[in-house]
Design a protein around this ligand. Structure first.
Ligand SMILES: O=P(O)(O)OC[C@H]1O[C@H](OP(=O)(O)O)[C@H](O)[C@@H]1O
Length: 323
């Protein structure tokens, strides 16, 4: 490693986030914070960064940029980097190292606690005997269903497979392991099954200041259908999913992924000259979402901006940027 090139653990984490071996907004955030702690250890142990606090800081910012560039939509990633890098302080390399490791540990502990707390709030919205419908795989959404089961409620689930990567299968397995009876369906069967469902529970990758929910592609169609069938829908999202840049009018970039996730290369050959597009996320307008469930309680989407201001102030710093 050169002094500004991130250490191997950071490069490996960045690669795993980009290829979605590490995925899910909360999991990405934890992995990014842990990678910064590993960078701090590595930078304090070798080369110019071991003796020069300025070089150490520069290497931490470079690691932040490498992690930031992996996936553009889930705001939990820059929020994790912000949390850790804003707490980097000290005159010596050892002090800087300790501050980064302390902030990283605190961030990960906070994530776990937030998920537990929001799980209780989401569980309170579910009644004994309810059937829930899920989309994609969200640890925050699962926390709500699992907490309801822990409260002694009997819950069953209709799980959408969630093309193209079929993360619904992960949800199905985890719910099965939690003792929840699961019916797995293809995405296009969702409206048919909504008549048998009492609640739709989804996660989020980002929440905009206007209450728009950015989540796995297909969420917005599901929300519109749920409204039409009169089925309540909630988003389970810890506050690291709040996107502070939207407070100042920025829009959230929707990640476009490779077409090979949609059509395998052989089929692609046969299909020939057509465009294939693979947007990973969509935006559900606030009017189609009944509640955003966070560790601070539940909010109507339109009022989430108040919480966002309280937690993030008026905007977002980029402590990973070159000075
Ligand atoms: O933080 P948790 O609730 O685990 O996940 C939140 C969201 O992250 C996932 O995105 P991807 O699979 O990384 O593209 C899904 O869209 C899921 O709803």
């Amino acid at each position: 490693m050169t002094d500004t090139e991130p250490a191997a653990p950071v490069r490996e984490t960045a690669e795993s986030i980009a290829t979605m071996e590490i995925r899910g907004a909360a999991t990405i955030a934890a992995a990014a914070a842990e990678a910064l702690a590993e960078q701090a250890e590595a930078a304090a142990a070798s080369g110019e960064t071991a003796s020069d606090p300025t070089a150490f800081r520069a290497s931490m910012r470079a690691a932040g940029r490498t992690l930031r560039e992996t996936r553009p939509t889930a705001v939990s990633l820059p929020n994790a980097l912000r949390y850790v890098l804003q707490r980097m302080e000290g005159e010596t390399v050892d002090e800087l190292r300790r501050s980064v490791i302390g902030a990283s540990d605190a961030f990960v502990r906070q994530l776990d606690r937030a998920q537990e707390d929001l799980g209780q709030v989401g569980a309170n919205r579910l009644a004994d005997g309810d059937t829930v419908m899920t989309h994609c795989h969200s640890t925050d959404a699962l926390a709500c269903i699992e907490a309801a089961v822990d409260q002694g409620k009997s819950i069953s689930a209709v799980v959408k497979e969630t093309r193209p990567r079929q993360q619904g299968h992960i949800t199905a397995e985890q719910l099965r392991d939690a003792g929840v009876p699961v019916t797995l369906i293809v995405d296009s069967a969702a409206r048919r099954y909504l008549d048998e469902v009492d609640h739709v529970v989804v996660g989020a990758d980002s929440i905009a200041a206007d209450g728009g929910v950015i989540n796995k592609i297909g969420t917005s169609g599901l929300a519109v259908n749920a409204r039409e069938r009169g089925v309540p829908i909630m988003t389970a999202a810890q506050t690291i999913k709040l996107h502070p840049e939207t407070l100042t009018g920025h829009t959230i970039e929707i990640e476009m992924r490779d077409e090979s996730e949609v059509v395998d290369p052989e089929a692609r050959e046969e299909i020939g000259e057509i465009d294939v597009e693979n947007p990973a996320f969509d935006v559900t307008p606030p009017r189609y979402m009944d509640a955003i469930v966070t560790e601070h309680g539940q909010f109507p989407p339109e009022s989430i901006v108040t919480l966002m201001r309280e937690l993030f102030g008026e905007g977002a710093e980029e402590p990973w940027a070159e000075p």
